[in-house]
Design a binder for this molecule. Structure first.
Ligand code: IMO
Ligand code: MG
Length: 448
């Protein structure tokens, strides 16, 4: 209904926590760190929120006044009134998911008029999802003795869409949805390339019709976003770059090949949004108080049994995008130190600390033991190498009482504070935020 939209988020209001005009919010682990909550918190002090990587593999959930909003493609900043929400050129755009998300937000009264899509964002086509699934199934069926297992992707077509971007010839960009002749030619060509992989000839006409319909609905939102972002910065507006996925899933620096298809960290911002690498004035690293991972690939601190079960249930560790139960483990500061180094993190946001209440002992991995018996405090950006690493733990006393009602560091139990101090010291970056529950009020802003 016209005139009745209202955006739920009022953000932090008068509590500036970021310096300068360009803030990055990135995940430091394997995704699902709670980036959506932090973006929502900081949205009041930013005018523009930009997604620069990934696609509908992301699942950013925000709880505002007890209401949950789950977003896959639209920047979580859209929930804040007046925010310009940009889907940058580095994102792979799934129009189906995007339009569904738009419809859902609009039906809940959220003003989505601030959404802008880069004309250069690549489009995830139906054959990309089929290809993603076909490749995963082939890997799975060929597993046997092979060292090549499936990646455990979200099957959202992310890898194939990025691969076609690099292949160039048959890639479809958002701007092509508005150019009927070129669109038809590209889709026709792409289908010829895909047929052998899919074992069938995709229906070109049906796909052209679908893509044309997407173009009609998306046309008002498709823009040249590089100049748009620079114009905003020049006008003194504050811009936040919302990372998707996590540092350890980065295509270059993560646990390859068990990674996603994009540059997930701060380095991805420059290419994925069209800004210089020197632009950032704050880089907030979002991390869980423990570890989780979805899909295959090494995770040195992985737990099973009762402890894993308790963390999974208390943390509701089931995927926002695929519903898969997440693998859980103790905190790994080797990985966090690596992520802080790669991204130039300026402050940490520790999420889901409340989940750890009730454990006598909290274990933190501070080094790895390697196959040859040596130890290291360095991460390995390689799936096979990291798989051989055994965690070396430091044990810290746990806290038994629930902490969801705390509103300052001083009101946290002493062992919880000691746990945070340990993280800060070992990662070497100060903590700026501590989340102790899903609601916005359940956030301790350090020093506020
Ligand atoms: P957010 O933004 C958790 C994981 C997948 C899989 C691997 C590759 O919610 O933190 P892909 O479909 O990207 O080719 O899958 O990466 N993955 C994520 N895991 N959170 C995410 O995003 C993820 N994005 C990708 O589970 O292991
Ligand atoms: Mg997720």
């Amino acid at each position: 209904m016209a005139g009745t939209t209202s955006n739920p988020s009022a953000g932090l209001g008068t509590c500036p926590k970021t310096k300068g005009n360009a803030t990055a919010v990135v995940g430091m682990q394997w995704g699902d760190e709670g980036k959506g909550k932090l973006v929502d918190l900081l949205s009041a002090e930013h005018d523009v929120v930009v997604r620069y990587n990934g696609g509908a593999n992301a699942g950013h959930s925000v709880v505002i006044a007890g209401q949950r909003y789950a977003l896959h493609l639209i920047p979580a900043g859209i929930l804040s009134k007046g925010t310009l929400a940009v889907i940058g050129n580095g994102v792979v755009l799934d129009p189906d998911t995007l339009l569904k998300e738009l419809d859902t937000l609009q039906s809940r009264g959220v003003d989505t008029s601030g959404l802008v899509i880069s004309a250069n964002a690549h489009v995830v086509m139906p054959y990309h999802k089929d290809e993603d699934a076909a490749r995963e199934d082939t890997l799975k069926s060929g597993a046997g003795d092979s060292p090549l297992t499936e990646i455990g992707t979200t099957r959202r077509g992310i890898g194939p869409a990025y691969a076609d971007k690099v292949q160039r010839a048959a890639a479809v960009r958002a701007r092509d949805l508005l150019r009927p002749e070129l669109l038809r030619a590209r889709i026709t060509q792409a289908c010829r390339f895909k047929a052998p992989i899919l074992g069938k000839q995709p229906d070109v006409e049906a796909m052209v019709a679908t893509a044309t319909a997407w173009g009609k609905r998306l046309a008002p939102m498709i823009r040249e976003t590089t100049y748009l972002i620079h114009d905003q910065l020049r006008a003194g507006k504050r811009v936040m770059f919302e990372g998707a996925n996590g540092t350890l899933l980065d295509v270059d620096h993560g646990t390859f090949p068990y990674v996603t298809g994009s540059s997930t960290g701060t380095a991805g911002i420059a290419n994925g949004a069209g800004v210089p690498p020197t632009i950032l004035t704050s880089a907030i690293g979002v991390m869980k108080a423990y570890s989780t991972r979805v899909g295959t690939g090494p995770m040195p601190t992985e737990l099973s049994g009762d402890i894993a079960h308790r963390i999974r249930e208390r943390g509701r560790e089931y995927g926002t995008t695929t519903g898969r139960p997440r693998r859980v483990g103790w905190l790994d500061v080797v990985a966090l130190r690596y992520a802080a180094m790669l991204n130039g993190i300026t402050s940490l946001s520790v999420m889901l600390l409340d989940v750890l209440a009730g454990f006598e002992t909290l274990r933190v991995c501070t080094a790895y033991q390697l196959g040859d018996g040596s130890t290291t405090d360095r991460f390995a950006a390689d799936g096979a190498e990291l798989a051989a690493a055994k965690p070396i733990y430091t044990d810290l006393p746990g806290f038994m009482d629930e902490i969801g009602a705390a509103r300052s560091l001083a009101t946290l139990p002493t062992p919880a504070r000691a746990y945070l101090d340990f993280i800060q010291e070992k990662v070497g970056v100060p903590i700026g935020f501590v989340s102790i529950g899903p609601d916005r009020e359940q956030t301790i802003i350090v020093g506020a």
